[in-house]
Each structure stands twice: as C-alpha cells, then as structure tokens.
Design a protein around this ligand. Sequence first.
Ligand SMILES: NCc1[nH]cc(CCC(=O)O)c1CC(=O)O
Length: 313
Amino acid sequence: MSRKVKIGTRGSKLALWQAYHVEDLLKAKGIESEIVIIDTKGDQVLDVSISKIGSKGVFTQELEDQLLDGRIDIAVHSAKDMQSSLAEEFELIAFTQREKENDVLLSAKKGIDIRDASRPLVLGTSSTRRVATLKHFYPHIKTVDVRGNLQTRIRKMEEGLCDALLLAFAGVHRMGYDGMIAQELDLGEFTPAVGQGSVAVEAAKSLDPMLRAEIISACNHPETEFRLRAERAYLRVLEGGCSIPVFALANVEGDRLTLKGGIISLDGSERIALEVSGGKGDSEKLGEELAERVFAAGGKTILEQIKKSQAQQ
Ligand SMILES: NCc1[nH]cc(CCC(=O)O)c1CC(=O)O
C-alpha cells in the first residue's frame, strides 16, 4: 500500500470538484489521499483582468512551489487553464476522461437563441476566444465582460448585467447548473479552448516513480491524453496564452487522431480553421503540423496583430 497522496488544489468550488474527482479516481484503485487547499495570486485579484496581471502562472505558482518542496504530491488543474509549456521541473502526468467539450449558453430566460438576429442579446463572457467567435459568426450579439466564479457570474446575470452567460459545459455540469442551459453551441463554430473538459494532474519530475505510476494508472484516460497532447502541442507552437483566441479540438477514432484548430482575429474579421490527421501515436507531431499550417495560412500575421494590440492595453 502506498502512502497517502497529497492533492494540492485551489479553493474555488470548481477546483475542489476537480480535486474530489481525482481523489475518487485514486480511491477506486485503493489509493488513499488528502486534499490540501492552496491560495494563489490569481485567487486574490479577482477584480483585475487576468490579461492585465499576466496570465503566466498566476493560478499555478504557489501549487508548483509546494510540489517542489514535497508538501503536496500532485496538483490538480482544469487542463485548459494550464499553460502550454511547464517549467523544466514539472510535468503533466495524467489527464482525466474528458467531459463533453462544448460551450453552452446559460440563462434564466426562455427562448434564448444566438441565431435569432431579430432579438437583441447581451452575453456575458471574459474569454477572448468566445468574444471573437461571436463577432465572426454572430455580429449582432453584444458581449459584456463578466468575471468571478460561476455562482458570482450567475448572480451578475440575474442582476441584469446580461441575458445569458457563455461558458464551458464541463464547468456548468460540474457545478450542477445543467437545468439553466439554454443552448448547446456548435463545436464547429465554438471550437473549444485547448484541453477544455479534462482535469490535468501535475507533478514534479522528482516524484517517486512508483507513486507516479500508480497515480497515472488510476487517473489517466489514454484517449483523452492523446487528444490533449495533440491540442497542447498546437498551443505550444503558437505560444498562445489563455488571452489569445486560439482553439483546437482533437478526436480519436481507432488508431487515428484528427485535430481541428485555428485562430481568430480579435475583431472576428478573420478566422482560420484547418484540420490534420494521422496516427494517434504522433499526436504531438500533428499538433505541430497544424500550427505550421495555420501559420502559413495567415495565422502568423493574426497572432502578431493580437500580441501587438494586447501589449498596448
Ligand atoms: N477559464 C475558466 C475555466 N476553466 C475551466 C473551466 C470549465 C471546466 C473545463 O473546461 O474543464 C472554466 C470555465 C469556463 O470556461 O466556462
């Protein structure tokens, strides 16, 4: 029997759900664990836009400090919130089975439909990918920035800030708000952020190899891992932080992996979306190949424009 695994997590409700999920997966394999809640810089500055405080590591720094000194054995994150390259000392060792990966509209109102241009609609979101996607496909829709956890966002919506919230299904489902889903969005239009819907388990490379292997066998979902490794390789080449409207979604059928992804200009005027496929064993190579193709098709110019305009903010 291995010793008790210490699971580090942020203290938000969604983060705790993820930590309990990993705890359950470990328990199913007879591995005992305990949850250690860690406050991060990102949790303390909720009123400031993440793109202003610098996205890199604001939610992960304190967790990584504790991984290094052994106060925790693993850190649990939403896979989509993990930067595409980690510092040398760390690695993502497992990706849990992915939840339905699409975005949804959440509303207390009836009859919400983003395709209905005859009715004014204000959507709350703080994601540049979602804003740019709306501008591209649904230019009649207005958006308003809304931050905070799901409960806070719902309260702001009910206070009249917006008609509906645009969110990942995974988070809505985990927090138990399925009943407020007004519309499921199309994966071809609202292609999700890299990693959306899966929980990533991070460890220091110095973690005991036996324990590492046990954690992987309990938590990792191999098909999800192939998909996420492809998506994350795409993101790594683009160096797209979470404030860049980059999207990618891989699917596995048998031994084949298909990766669709692209980039949108901030104003929605240009959207590049391409597809590559190959053996799932080559998932990272496929991610890199997609990035090269997106760059060559004009993505490089779009990315440079986005970085320039964000640097000026
Ligand atoms: N960026 C915030 C965030 N990080 C993970 C999720 C949802 C759960 C997931 O996709 O794993 C969300 C909320 C959202 O985008 O609606």
